[in-house]
Design a protein around this ligand. Structure first.
Ligand SMILES: Cc1cc2nc3c(=O)[nH]c(=O)nc-3n(C[C@H](O)[C@H](O)[C@H](O)COP(=O)(O)OP(=O)(O)OC[C@H]3O[C@@H](n4cnc5c(N)ncnc54)[C@H](O)[C@@H]3O)c2cc1C
Ligand SMILES: Cc1cc2nc3c(=O)[nH]c(=O)nc-3n(C[C@H](O)[C@H](O)[C@H](O)COP(=O)(O)O)c2cc1C
Ligand code: SF4
Length: 645
């Protein structure tokens, strides 16, 4: 039964030229999925999952507006119309409406990949691309206005239910809106926001002239662009009513540029953080206003609507992670939602594409291995039902158990601890890591719902094999801390990061953490937040080298304010009250340390292998037990194995 508090999410919404069955829409996300082979299935899966409206984006309106090389989706010529029609049909057949997000990258076009210098309102260098664009001539700006309007007409001819102009995130239209990037002296420049918005107003006017008044037009814009000297909420409050006056049927409020200094996507951003912006905009316009950003929980979404902060809720990554988010909410199955943790692994793939020009980089989700493979039917009923014994209830073990059970196998899972989740129970302890609990909650619910027999508080021994006679054993027992061979490492003042996070040991006031990878850095921050005096010693040139680019900069800027970091430095000895370190020139110094915390890596488990080999039973190792890595490795490996068992 659905909680009545969530009913507000399922009220239909009528807006000019478009009626929606509920209050959820899928936010635009450039994906790198093949237009013909992957995208129709990918979007149809989200439509079947209950979302009322899908924003397909971004579609480029002009060849000069492509961000990268390769087959970037575009509506810049009439022949594109037939190309995108199957996507529209697939979404309509699956029960949702679909609009096209139209964009021009402007100075966010990577000239080094496209082979063409980027164009922009003014020649202001971009921190995002590291390149300087050339200024559009007045004639060219007229051409750009027409390019947006003509692409909108093509969207209409394709069968899209509307369009959204991408006037956010630092792309061309937002470059015109900002005083930082628009220094023009013609009719598209000026000292106030409404003067700089003339480019967007012209696009709206020209589009209305081409598509008519009976086609839904939305504008996605930053109510604050997060840039020093950039667009403020005050500007946005002036802009919003004018956008409506000029032809917008809906406003989609976002929060900043790729170059912005404030974070927008990481888990350190609170859930629903940007609804204060849509609330402000909603007060000054009479059309529906959407919010988006870190809404990974239906209750957060319902609260936003109930407070009157927005009319529509945008889901970006939460729908990558679970295409059935909306349907599960509607059916009162919220516990079954695989909630996005905001880990940004998906966005890191986009970074690989745009920064390194790696055209093979495909977006992927750390928790949803089926993303981008929706049409492939990867989970098929097993031809032969087997008794599968899974050892270990971390992400790898529970994922293999989930998929094996879905395929009809008889699954038993042994976990030596009193709860599922494995190392995630420690990983969620440092600051801003609480979203990892979503993963534990999801697998705990799946293990309850699916026919998996979970046995907690029981370590696996070879006796179990004799009792159960499994056809297959899957070892998912995780990893153990590496202990480096440093003199003094066996001292009573030396503990592991895992023991610290597990609160199994007490620590002193002055702490040296050996190892500046993810685990070391996060443990250091956790201790610093308790008022400890922490130094991280890392032998590499930089810390957090194993953290993806989307999260790394935020983590490093936080941590460097809280702890001392010594890179290119090696610990050569641990004493009772200090560690001895050597720099690159082998010069040694001492750092005071009441406690030394080890975080130099993990080593794969697998001490059960010999017993399994002797038993002759078919067995596999997955996750950290096979090779220490990240959640994405554990889940992807487990999924792949379970699909072929
Ligand atoms: C502080 C910290 C922060 C982290 N942060 C991140 C992050 O931000 N992003 C990310 O991707 N990864 C992160 N990780 C890594 C992530 O936790 C691991 O990649 C993931 O947990 C590995 O999953 P797994 O199932 O292979 O192993 P584990 O999670 O270690 O699970 C193994 C399970 O097997 C059980 N077990 C062991 N032996 C037996 C036995 N004999 N019988 C029964 N059960 C047994 C254990 O009790 C455990 O529950 C972090 C790790 C730590 C420590
Ligand atoms: C992989 C990825 C690609 C994105 N691409 C676009 C895009 O093409 N256009 C756009 O306006 N926003 C884009 N965004 C931003 C999202 O639309 C959304 O504003 C943001 O992800 C916050 O919502 P979420 O927390 O629900 O993911 C993208 C986000 C991600 C994660
Ligand atoms: S990769 Fe991480 S941030 Fe992206 S959708 Fe999946 S869980 Fe969310």
């Amino acid at each position: 039964m659905r909680d009545p508090k969530l009913n507000i999410l399922f009220e239909p919404l009528e807006m000019p030229n478009l009626t929606l069955k509920n209050r959820f829409f899928m936010a635009p996300m450039g994906t790198t999925f093949a237009i013909e082979h992957q995208t129709p299935d990918y979007l149809a899966a989200r439509a079947r999952g209950g979302v009322a409206l899908i924003t397909y984006g971004e579609l480029c309106v002009h060849p000069s507006g492509k961000a990268i090389a390769g087959d970037e989706p575009s509506l810049d010529k009439d022949s594109d119309i037939v190309r995108f029609r199957p996507i529209v049909t697939a979404v309509h057949d699956a029960g949702a409406k679909i609009i096209a997000q139209l964009n021009h990258a402007g100075r966010y076009s990577f000239g080094r990949h496209t082979g063409r210098q980027a164009v922009a309102p003014s020649p202001i260098a971009s921190r995002y691309t590291g390149e300087t664009p050339r200024e559009l001539t007045t004639g060219e700006t007229d051409g750009m206005v027409m390019a947006f309007a003509e692409a909108a007409l093509r969207a209409r001819k394709t069968g899209f239910d509307g369009i959204e102009f991408c006037a956010c995130s630092g792309y061309l239209i937002s470059q015109f809106l900002s005083a930082v990037t628009n220094k023009r002296e013609d009719r598209y420049g000026g000292s106030d926001i409404l003067a700089r918005a003339e480019f967007l107003f012209d696009i709206l006017r020209q589009t209305r002239a081409l598509v008519g008044n009976d086609f839904n037009i939305c504008v996605k814009f930053d109510a604050e662009d997060g840039m020093e000297g950039g667009k403020t909420l005050e500007d946005a409050l002036l802009l919003a009513p004018k956008l409506v006056e000029t032809g917008a049927d809906r406003l989609h409020v976002w929060a900043g540029w790729h170059e912005a200094v404030r974070p927008m996507l990481p888990p350190s951003v609170p859930r629903g953080a940007f609804s204060y912006l849509s609330r402000a905009i909603r007060k000054v316009v009479n059309v529906p206003v959407s919010t988006v950003g870190r809404i990974n929980d239906p209750y957060v979404a319902a609260d936003i609507l109930a407070r009157g902060d927005a009319d529509l809720i945008g889901l970006g990554r939460p729908l990558l992670c679970d295409p059935d988010f909306v349907r599960k909410t509607e059916e009162g199955r919220t516990r079954e939602i695989r909630r996005c943790t905001a880990c940004c692994y998906c966005f890191d793939q986009i970074f690989k594409l745009v920064m390194a020009g790696d055209l093979d980089a495909k977006i992927a989700c750390a928790l949803n291995p089926e993303l981008g493979h929706e049409g492939e039917g990867l989970i098929q009923p097993a031809a032969l039902k087997k008794k599968v014994l899974v050892i270990g209830g971390g992400p790898a073990g529970t994922e293999v158990a989930r998929v094996a059970a879905l395929r009809g196998h008889d699954v038993i899972l042994y976990e030596k601890d009193d709860k599922l989740g494995g190392m995630l129970n420690l990983a969620l302890v440092p600051p801003h890591k609480e979203e990892l609990k979503n993963i534990i909650d999801y697998y705990t619910a799946q293990m309850d719902i699916l026919p998996v027999k979970v046995i907690l508080n029981k370590a696996f021994t070879d006796k179990v094999i004799k009792e159960l006679h499994p056809d297959v054993v899957v070892l998912a027992t995780g990893a153990t801390p590496l202990i480096p061979p440093i003199p003094g490492i066996g001292g009573t003042n030396v503990v592991t990061a895992l023991d610290v996070l597990g609160r199994k040991v007490s620590v002193g006031e002055n702490i040296v953490v050996i190892g500046g990878g993810l685990i070391g850095i996060e443990t250091a921050e956790y201790l610093a937040d308790q008022g400890k005096n922490v130094t991280v010693v890392e032998m590499l040139k930089s810390v957090a080298a194993d953290v993806g680019p989307s999260l790394r900069w935020g983590l490093i800027s936080r941590i460097s304010k809280k702890v001392a970091i010594r890179t290119s430095t090696t610990v050569v000895e641990v004493k009772e009250t200090a560690v001895v370190v050597a720099d690159q020139d082998n010069a040694t110094t001492e750092i005071r340390a009441d406690t030394v915390v080890l975080a130099v890596g993990l080593k794969a488990g697998g001490n059960l292998c010999s017993a399994l080999e002797q038993s002759g039973v078919e067995y596999y190792k997955i996750g950290c037990c096979s090779e220490p890595g990240q959640i994405v490795d554990a889940v992807a490996g487990a999924f792949a194995l379970a699909c072929r068992l």
